[in-house]
Design a protein around this ligand. Structure first.
Ligand code: SAM
Length: 468
């Protein structure tokens, strides 16, 4: 019976998918400018300042420049409700726009806070301190240590001598008088944690190198070079010292200075946006979490531990993030704004989405999913994104664009056209779908999916919506 039900739901999904695809066919345009390198963090590796902290989920500075040009946002205030390490807000500010960034994860917020302090007049004193630390290596003479706080999943992440030097380095920071310098030096440590550890960020979790001794004999994973604390920290101090000394470009600005005002908000977008006045932003450029089981709280566990987030804090964060892991539960309705009923209606009436959710629950009932949390994650992802999109539409000025980078996903052999479904919800929120730019090459899904269902390409897109 289950199988019959599932098959018919699957047919229904295929039909509804095709209909939606037909509606948007003309809007789906392959854009050859959008290389994977440009859209991901990779292109930042050579960009001064943006290369300091590797936020793997970030987009490149060059992409924001490109998008602001293409959508003609040249003045006013720009919002990024999922600001990450702040690519949108800092590029906007460099171009003379004011910018607001909302970010919930403490590491993203911390990176932005330090960069903001440096951009707003702190550059020369931070450069002087960084230069002094490079020349004098004061942590080597430090004979006290700060205890390194660990989470269960980070214990044993550093070799003993590495952890000891990190602890001396952090203790020595406390002897600096200026809070901006203290934060900047702590930020330097945050930038090197992965490279000095036995771990590698791997999307859903931290992957452990065999040299850690974890699962001895069974673990063959080799992450490549593990840097000594000395090498990693001096390289990073040097990089920051050099970048802070970069001359200004033709326009009289460099990647360090802020021209437009920057406001940073450490909160969940679901709570932060509803209090914001309507029609205030001249554009939104953002990339939300993807519906791909990526767990930021595990991936950034080393950094969160160093920032003092404890086990309970990590769990609370994971639940507050937009649902994108199989552990996310339903969120308790909060102050979700005046458009909540409309948003729920758009979510509930999206036929394809509802058929997909129904199918996933049927697959769960028939024990055919590799994780039973998948249907709830997919349902709540779209529900929460509906709320976010309606709020974004409300705070945009008429005629202003909303640009969103996102990936399509596949579960239980079903392609979920996240781009088309969210565009339908955006349309109901009062946003015209101008274009859905498709990256020239999509990507496959997890190896489990490929094994069972064969490989097809999943679209990675940049949506251009505009408030009517
Ligand atoms: C794809 S990343 C954005 C990266 C950003 N574009 C950059 O260049 O750094 C998505 C971000 O959304 C944040 N996030 C997830 N749930 C959130 C929520 N409820 N409120 C605010 N931010 C959230 C994550 O912490 C993550 O930094």
């Amino acid at each position: 019976m289950d199988l019959v039900l599932s098959t018919s739901t699957k047919d229904q999904i295929q039909g509804l998918s095709k209909n939606l695809h037909d509606i948007y066919e003309e809007k789906l345009v392959v854009n050859k400018d959008l290389t994977r390198q440009l859209v991901s963090f990779q292109a930042n590796k050579q960009t001064p300042v943006y290369r300091w902290f590797k936020y793997k989920e970030g987009f490149s500075a060059a992409l924001i420049e490109y998008l602001l040009e293409k959508t003609c946002v040249r003045s006013g205030i720009l919002l990024d409700p999922f600001a990450g390490a702040g690519t949108t807000v800092f590029i906007a500010s460099r171009r003379g726009l004011d910018a607001v960034g909302i970010e919930l994860l403490p590491i993203g917020y911390e990176v932005m806070k330090v960069r903001k302090a440096i951009s707003n007049g702190g550059a020369s004193k931070v450069r002087a301190a960084v230069g002094r630390w490079l020349a004098e290596t004061p942590w080597r003479q430090e004979n006290e240590k700060v205890a390194i706080q660990h989470l269960k999943i980070t214990k044993g992440a550093y070799a003993e001598d590495t952890e000891a030097l990190l602890a001396q380095y952090l203790r020595r920071i406390e002897r600096e008088g200026d809070p901006v310098v203290q934060e900047a030096l702590r930020f330097v440590a945050l930038c090197v944690l992965e490279s000095i550890s036995f771990t590698r960020k791997d999307g859903q979790y931290l992957r452990w190198d065999h040299r850690s001794g974890r699962r001895a004999g069974k673990n063959t994973f080799d992450k490549g070079k593990i840097y000594s604390f000395e090498e990693a920290i001096t390289n990073k101090l040097r990089e920051i010292y050099e970048d802070l000394g970069q001359p200004s470009d033709l326009f009289g600005t460099n990647y360090v200075e802020a021209r437009g005002h920057i406001e940073l908000i450490k909160a969940s977008v679901l709570e932060a946006l509803p209090g914001h006045p309507s029609e205030t932003f001249d554009g939104i450029v953002t990339s939300p979490p993807y519906c791909n089981r990526y767990d930021y709280t595990r991936t950034y566990a080393l950094e969160l531990a160093l920032l003092g987030v404890d086990e309970e804090g990590v769990k609370a964060l994971r639940q507050a993030m937009v649902s994108c892991t199989v552990e996310n539960r339903e969120k308790q309705p909060g102050n979700w704004g005046d458009r909540v009923e409309e948003a729920l209606d758009a979510f509930n009436s999206q036929d394809l989405l509802q058929a997909i959710i129904r199918f996933l629950y049927e697959e769960k009932a028939a024990n055919r999913l590799n994780n039973n949390g998948i249907p709830r994650m997919v349902r709540n992802y779209f529900l929460e994104m509906s709320l976010v999109i309606f709020e974004c539409a409300r705070v945009l000025k008429s005629g202003a664009p909303l640009v969103m980078v996102n990936d399509n996903v596949r579960y239980a052999g079903i392609d979920i056209p996240v781009d088309l479904i969210l565009s339908e919800i955006a349309r109901k929120a009062g946003l015209a779908v101008e274009k859905i730019w498709v990256l020239p090459r999509g990507k496959g899904n997890s190896s489990q999916q490929m094994g069972r269902h064969g490989r097809t390409e999943l679209r990675k897109c940049v949506y251009i919506w505009r408030k009517l």
